[in-house]
Design a protein around this ligand. Structure first.
Ligand code: ADP
Ligand code: F6P
Length: 322
């Protein structure tokens, strides 16, 4: 009988609970013992490890966040921290670990595999910045939260012929901003991957009014050079010359909360179960992700040494359709 562990790490993402549930129940179905590690790598280092039964993961799938808790651990970035973590795993007799998380967390997974401990990653972050998965757990829910905000802003913006700037999360990746702009019919989108001058943004807003629109919505990624703070400062400084004011809304962590969508629950269930299958086959040191509409495993070394690219065709499409 095998003993495996599961943890969630980095920014929480709606659907993480469904992934935990899938890991636990797939493991139990194989006759294995599954341990949950609380609070990510921090809990791993301190040995905050509990056995999880099938009933312990009941009623969690419909809840956002993670029942195991998540954390960011500076200590784990050190070799001493990683060695402490492996000692804890060994002392519990845990033979393999499933790490549910994003870019940083999977870098941590890779470090553990380099030290000889078998790990399988599960692609989970609202940022969708993880190489080795076309879409990651939490993206769909976060995108729908952002979209609802755009729809609401449009209503009040139209009543007052106003221009709004909505900043969405994504760290240094523009995926969420681009998709929010595309699905929300925004007048402009500002991404970390595509440089844009604030005066060009002003032109896009003026164009929208010239086209007869009653509002202008600009979506900005938090990681863009001109994020909400810098862009609004620029617009304030040049308000007189530009001829309009820009009101700002920052969505922030609201995007990470909420009930996981059906898509995220299903994706998480498949990837969580897939991770356990990988361990069973002895195929560790990989990230389980969703590639070309099916489950796939990419070596962690490849995952951490590649940067996911934004789809330039979609950037163009968003411009054409505004
Ligand atoms: P995410 O996984 O959502 O991208 P972070 O980037 O904050 O979130 O990473 C989560 C955790 O993963 C960090 O707090 C740290 O413990 C671990 N981690 C990140 N980068 C590294 C690294 N280079 N080496 C080892 N562990 C890392
Ligand atoms: O990685 C997920 C994410 O929500 C990013 O979009 C954002 O930049 C970051 O986490 C925020 O981190 P924290 O929750 O530590 O403020």
């Amino acid at each position: 009988m095998k003993k495996i562990g599961v943890l969630t790490s980095g920014g929480d993402a709606p659907g993480m609970n469904a992934a935990i549930r899938a890991v636990v129940r797939t493991g139990i179905a194989k006759g294995w013992t599954v341990y949950g590690v609380k609070n990510g790598y921090a809990g791993l280092i301190s040995g905050n490890i509990i056995p999880l039964g099938a009933r312990d993961v009941g009623g969690i799938m419909q809840r956002g966040g993670t029942m195991l808790g998540s954390a960011r651990s500076e200590e784990f970035k050190t070799i001493e921290g990683q060695r402490k973590a492996i000692r804890q795993l060994n002392s519990h007799g845990i033979e393999a670990l499933v790490v549910i998380g994003g870019n940083g967390s999977q870098t941590g997974s890779f470090k553990l595999t380099q030290l000889g401990f078998p790990v399988v990653g599960v692609a989970s972050t609202i940022d969708n910045d993880l190489y080795g998965s076309d879409i990651t757990i939490g993206v769909d829910t976060a995108l729908n939260v952002a979209l609802e905000a755009v729809d609401r802003l449009k209503v009040t913006a139209s009543s007052h012929q106003r221009a709004f700037l909505l900043e969405v999360m994504g760290r240094d990746c523009g995926y969420l901003a681009l998709m929010t702009a595309l699905a929300g019919g925004a007048e402009a989108v500002i991404l970390p991957e595509v440089d844009i001058d604030p005066d060009d943004v002003a032109d896009r807003i003026s164009e929208a009014y010239n086209k007869g629109k009653a509002h202008a919505i600009v979506i900005v990624a938090e990681g863009a050079k001109y994020n909400a703070e810098r862009l609004s400062a620029y617009f304030k400084e040049h308000e007189e010359r530009l001829g309009f004011a820009l009101r700002v809304a920052i969505l922030g962590h609201i995007q990470r909360g909420g009930t996981p969508s059906a898509y995220d629950r299903i994706l998480a269930s498949r990837l969580g179960a897939g991770a356990v299958e990988m361990i069973d086959k002895g195929n560790t040191g990989v990230l389980v992700g969703w590639v070309n509409s099916k489950l796939d495993a990419t070596p962690l070394e490849v995952v951490v040494s590649n940067k996911k690219q934004i789809d330039r065709d979609l950037v163009q499409l968003a411009e054409i359709l505004d």
